[in-house]
Design a protein around this ligand. Sequence first.
Ligand code: FMN
Length: 171
Amino acid sequence: MNIVVINGTPRKYGRTRIAAKHIASKVNGKLIDLSTLGLPMFNGEEELNELTNVQLIQETATEADAFIWLSPEYHGGMSGALKNCLDFLNGDHFRSKPTLLFSVAGGGKGGINSLNQMRLIGRALYAHVVPNQMVLDPHCFIREQDTLTEDAAANVQKLLEEFIQFADKMK
Ligand SMILES: Cc1cc2nc3c(=O)[nH]c(=O)nc-3n(C[C@H](O)[C@H](O)[C@H](O)COP(=O)(O)O)c2cc1C
């Protein structure tokens, strides 16, 4: 099973990146890391398709059997970085592929907005977005160690196992 994990934070030191790296290692997945990839802003110009990084995300998405998207919650929504990445892709990359959503929020009951926005976009890309999803708040992280807490890691693990079971059946 080829699972592609998209880290949707533009921040190199963002918590979303910590979660994405953790998740990619747990599912033995390929990580598209938008905090380091340096994608240009999508503008619809054909010449952008010749850029190595654009080709890289398109090829990686084509080969994927399933996806895990992670976005920070910024100003009541998903990150522009993740939306911009998805604008370089299309329904052919996502159609019927199981997709799991995580949001990383500030702890003020945020997170649901970015999850809902990702869900809408997933539908528009014909992805099979699973109903289970998760918000990770600051208390889920040990900042000094750049890791998830034991409790958060256990909750994430449970969700990943359910997702992999489902994705296996879909395959
Ligand atoms: C520009 C900006 C806007 C934010 N807006 C929200 C918000 O609306 N709701 C929320 O819960 N947290 C908000 N936060 C806090 C982030 O969700 C929090 O810092 C989280 O760790 C983001 O992931 P990141 O660390 O990967 O950037 C915001 C942070 C930034 C930088």
